[in-house]
Design a protein around this ligand. Structure first.
Ligand code: NAP
Length: 281
């Protein structure tokens, strides 16, 4: 039987790094730490080696189609398939960023939504039966959807929304952000929040696609790791990276044949209605 493999995007630091650490301890197979910056990735592997853990490394920038292609080839040629994919890589502008809001919207959605979509499209054909996919979203998606106008909420909450419709909505938000009339149209003033609305809704679409897939028992969930002490939060989050990694790891290791959670928004190991979710530390 071929070696099982787990992949974590954006895992040279923060929650992704802790997900790799936890999977190295619990997953029965190889764990691939990936980073867009090769040096930072190799340094991260080195520090896990010092803890006696042995992740593999491969470069991966989820916004770079050539990098995605090379990574897909590596997984296919080395393992012939994939058993766990944690879509963790993400960015957020700081609250005090002076970058124009339109730029923040475009760049944030390019990584968090389009990057997650691109790496998923490249790797989903390689998912083996019983594979687990975890999309690291955020409680910010819950805050952002509640701040949308009822008309826009209804579009994102349409249970039959397609990937094309979702992409169209997010492009519409980016355009409105560039025009400076996003709030007038009914969008909130949060590029990161809207990018994570994209990730949460994409997860539901991907769940529908994978549920209809002939490959047996592939389960995908979105999750919120909580408010975590990382560079992204300028170290204001109270949770350690290992605490933040708990729910993603739990979802990555859901046993074969489990029926729930599946296609859910999971926080603190519990499924929630994502649009109603209220974060409690
Ligand atoms: N921290 C929180 O409280 C919190 C709460 C809710 C959700 N989240 C989500 O949890 C995930 C991890 O966040 P974090 O707090 O651990 O952030 P972080 O410490 O800033 O780490 C983010 C990771 O993503 C990588 N990354 C960014 N753009 C990438 C790209 N284009 N391709 C590949 N990797 C890329 C970063 O690489 P570089 O080192 O090269 O920048 C880094 O390794 C994110 O999706 C975030 O939105 C975090």
């Amino acid at each position: 039987m071929s070696t099982k493999v787990a992949v974590v995007t954006g895992s040279n630091k923060g929650i992704g790094y802790a997900i790799v650490r936890g999977l190295c301890k619990q997953f029965k197979g190889d764990v691939v730490l990936t980073a867009r910056n090769e040096d930072l990735g190799k340094q991260a592997v080195q520090s896990l080696n010092e803890e006696g853990l042995s992740p593999k490394f491969h470069q991966l920038d989820i916004t770079d189609q050539a990098s995605i292609g090379r990574f897909g080839d590596f997984i296919k040629n080395t393992y012939g398939g994939i058993d766990v994919l944690v879509n963790n890589a993400g960015i957020a502008y700081k609250n005090d960023s002076t970058a124009p809001f339109g730029e923040q919207a475009e760049v944030t959605i390019k990584t968090n939504y389009f990057g997650t979509l691109a790496i998923s499209n490249a790797l989903f054909p390689l998912l083996r039966p019983h594979a687990r996919v975890v999309n690291v979203s955020s409680m910010s998606s819950s805050f952002a959807i509640r701040k949308c106008s009822p008309e826009i909420q209804a579009k994102f909450m349409n249970p039959n929304i397609t990937e094309e419709e979702l992409t169209h909505l997010l492009n519409d938000f980016i355009q409105a952000a560039k025009n400076g009339d996003h709030e007038k149209i009914g969008y909130p003033n949060s590029a990161y929040g809207m990018s994570k609305v994209g990730v949460t809704v994409l997860s539901q679409i991907q769940h529908r696609q994978l549920s209809a897939d002939p490959r047996e028992d592939i389960i995908l969930n979105a999750c919120c790791p909580g408010y975590v002490d990382t560079d992204m939060t300028s170290h204001k989050g109270p949770k350690t990276i290992d605490e933040g990694a708990d729910t993603p790891i739990y979802l990555a290791l859901l046993p074969e044949g489990v029926k729930t959670p599946a296609g859910d928004f999971v926080a603190g190991r519990k499924a929630h209605k994502w649009n109603e979710y209220q974060y409690t530390p």
